[in-house]
Every structure is written in structure tokens, then in C-alpha cells.
Design a protein around this ligand. Structure first.
Ligand SMILES: [Zn+2]
Length: 384
């Protein structure tokens, strides 16, 4: 999840917005304007727009509150968390490690829907206190805002409690299965399967409703189903990858014969004398054994070849503080996950500020392929 706008930091957690959210914000504002117009025709155009935009911004704050509650419980239970990104259908709290026990997973998952549910009840309660009668159109712009936000938070709570992994409800289901069976991997696989089944039901229902004339509403349900199916499938694959790479740590798969380059080398010299000759794509930029950054064809492409003689490696490298480095004891499957999430092809391995080596995605995929081939053989043998 790279393409995002940074908003700020709360409790040491970085908040970000995926660009897709701009489209959603616009859609929500437009639909609010339409809804508030029909609810009370005497409200002026500027009033309706103002209230719609404020409602939209508060909705977005409610989504952050949901994600932040996951983050707070994760932190309290000792799981590091750096980033929350809001995207198309809600948010993701990027928790660095998976929960190590069923109880942690359970509380971490359920606190999100719980927060949304409580928020929904409080907002509807406030609307009621300000004179709103349930099942009638709100009389004032203020109550209209409270009622809409109240219902949408209840809907968020309900949607997230659908027991399809990786929705919160699916995580709760996984935690319960995990607690009952004592097997993290099997319970994840089961929860992902349930998620896929629910997704298929959603798609079927959506298509049925569409042909019965419900139009966009039906397509929306089918779309959510499709999204769930993708997510559940990805989770399933992730578990498979994890079990194939089981037992391997970063130190087992890293390569220590990495090549480094001095930051003062000109790009011209670096490209022609090192990059194009070595057959490698990633070089560590180091001086006196200290890692300064990393340089790959990606960084060089940004520079006009005309300027290569005057630009130095140190000017265009990706600096060390922007690189995710990993420790030699991290499980190899986790390194692969980080590469996927950060959209990079390699990670430097560091220990006590020293470079030990480098792990590349290509190498990990080769290992995976070899293990997968062997796994097929053992399965066939067992079947025979
Ligand atoms: Zn959640």
C-alpha cells in the first residue's frame, strides 16, 4: 500500500489515506447532498453542501477511530504497529506481526466493530436527545448529520462482523477456532475458506438482486463479494507460503556476497562499470562499513542520462532511513510479506547497525518453487 497521502501521527501511529479514498469521499459527499436535499427541501443549497462535507469528514474520523482501536489493542499486547491506511472499503492497520496467541487475535479483531457499534449508538443517542424521533426524517441539519453517522457506524459494525477472513469477524472466527483447535495455521485456512464461501453467497445474491431489478444496489453487493473473495484467496495463499517457508529464517536465505558502492561515485561510472556488468540489480551504498542507502535501476531511471556524469550515487540513492531493514532471525515468510507490502524487491539484513547481507524476492521465490515442487511429489506419493 504505497500510494498514499500522509495525514499525521496519533499515539505514534502514522495515519495515511490511499488515493482511492478521494473518489470515495467525492461519492459520499454527492450522495449525502442528494439525501439531505430530499430529507428537507427547505434547506438552502450552501447549507446542504456544508453539512454534507462536515458529515463526510466526520465519517472519515469514525473510520480512523475504528482502525485506531485495533492499533491501540495491538500495541497494548506488544505488537508493533506503524501505519494505518484508509482505502476503498475501509482501512488497514498495518500490524507488523501476526498475533502470537488466540486471545490477542480475538481482542485485537473484535475491538474494531465494538468501537464502531458504540460510536453508532452514541451518535443516534445524541440525535434522539436533540429531538429526533426514530424512523422520521431529521428536522435540523445537526440531527441529520448525527443520524446519518449513527446508522453508518452501526452498518460498519455489522459489515465488519461478517465472519469472512480477513474482515474483523473472520479474525474473530479464526481466534475462536484457534482457541478450540490449538492450531493457528489450520484455523486461518478454515476461516479463509468460510470467507470464500460467504463471498460467493454475496456475489450470487448481488447478481440475483440485479436481475430482479434492484439495479446498482445488487451490483454493489456483488462487488463487495468479489472484494472479499480476493482478500480471502490472498490470505489462503499467504498461509500456504508461510507453511512452505516454515523453519527458514532470514539468515538462512540471505546472500552475504552483496556488492557495495561508494556514495561519491558518479552515476556514469557506476552504471557502466558496475551495474551493467555485474548482472545484479541492487547495490548497497556504504562508506566505512556504514549503510547509507540502496541503489537500483529504479532510482537511476529518474535521472536524465545526460546528467549521469555530474550526479553522484549518494544524491539519487534511496536513503537508509527510508529502507525497511530486517533482522537475521526474522522468519523468511515475513520478509517476503514485507517486500510485498512495501513493494520492494530486496531488503538489507542488519544487526547492531552492521550490514550482514541482502535478501532478494527473486531468491525467495526460487526457494518457494523448489519447495512447492517437492511438496507436490510428497502429496502424490501419499495419494498413491
Ligand atoms: Zn476493523
Amino acid at each position: 500500500m504505497k500510494s498514499q497521502i500522509k495525514i499525521g501521527t496519533v499515539f505514534g501511529v502514522e495515519l495515511g489515506l490511499h488515493y482511492s479514498w478521494l473518489v470515495i469521499a467525492l461519492l459520499i459527499t454527492f450522495s449525502l447532498v442528494a439525501q439531505f436535499h430530499t430529507e428537507n427541501r427547505s434547506w438552502s443549497e450552501p447549507l446542504v453542501w456544508t453539512i454534507s462535507i462536515i458529515t463526510g469528514v466526520l465519517f472519515f474520523a469514525c473510520l480512523f477511530a475504528h482502525e485506531l482501536s485495533h492499533a491501540v489493542v495491538a500495541k497494548a499486547r506488544g505488537l508493533p504497529i506503524h501505519k494505518i491506511t484508509l482505502f476503498l472499503l475501509g482501512g488497514v492497520a498495518q500490524i507488523e506481526k501476526e498475533a502470537s496467541d488466540a486471545k490477542t487475535e480475538f481482542w485485537m479483531a473484535i475491538v474494531g466493530p465494538f468501537t464502531s457499534g458504540i460510536l453508532g449508538l452514541i451518535l443516534l443517542g445524541l440525535a434522539w436527545l436533540s429531538g429526533w424521533v426514530p424512523r422520521t426524517a431529521p428536522a435540523t441539519p445537526g440531527t441529520a448529520l448525527l443520524v446519518w453517522l449513527g446508522y453508518i457506524n452501526l452498518a460498519l459494525c455489522a459489515f465488519n462482523m461478517i465472519p469472512g477472513f480477513p474482515l474483523d469477524g473472520g479474525r474473530v472466527l479464526r481466534a475462536v477456532l484457534w482457541w478450540a483447535m490449538g492450531d493457528a495455521e489450520r484455523s486461518t485456512r478454515l476461516a479463509a475458506r468460510v470467507g470464500q464461501a460467504i463471498a460467493v453467497v454475496f456475489i450470487g445474491l448481488g447478481i440475483l438482486q440485479f436481475f430482479q431489478g434492484s439495479g446498482l444496489g445488487g451490483l454493489w453487493i456483488a462487488f463487495i463479494g468479489w472484494f472479499l473473495l480476493q482478500a480471502a484467496g490472498a490470505t489462503y495463499l499467504q498461509v500456504q507460503t508461510g507453511s512452505l517457508l516454515r523453519g527458514l529464517r532470514v539468515k538462512d536465505v540471505m546472500s552475504s556476497d552483496y556488492q557495495s558502492v561508494d556514495p561519491n561515485t558518479s552515476l556514469e561510472v557506476f552504471v557502466h562499470e558496475q551495474l551493467l556488468r555485474s548482472g545484479r540489480r541492487c547495490f548497497l551504498v556504504a562508506q566505512g562499513g556504514r549503510l547509507l542507502g540502496l541503489i537500483t535501476p529504479n532510482e537511476i531511471r529518474e535521472v536524465d542520462p545526460k546528467d549521469w556524469p555530474v550526479r553522484r550515487v549518494g544524491d539519487v540513492m534511496r536513503p537508509a532511513d527510508k529502507i525497511h531493514s530486517i533482522s537475521p532471525d526474522m522468519p523468511a515468510s515475513q520478509a517476503l510479506e514485507i517486500m510485498g507490502r512495501e513493494d520492494v524487491h530486496q531488503l538489507p539484513v542488519m544487526s547492531d547497525g552492521r550490514i550482514l547481507g541482502i535478501v532478494t524476492r527473486a531468491h525467495l521465490l526460487q526457494i518457494l518453487r523448489a519447495r512447492l515442487e517437492l511438496a507436490n511429489v510428497t502429496i502424490r506419493r501419499r495419494a498413491a
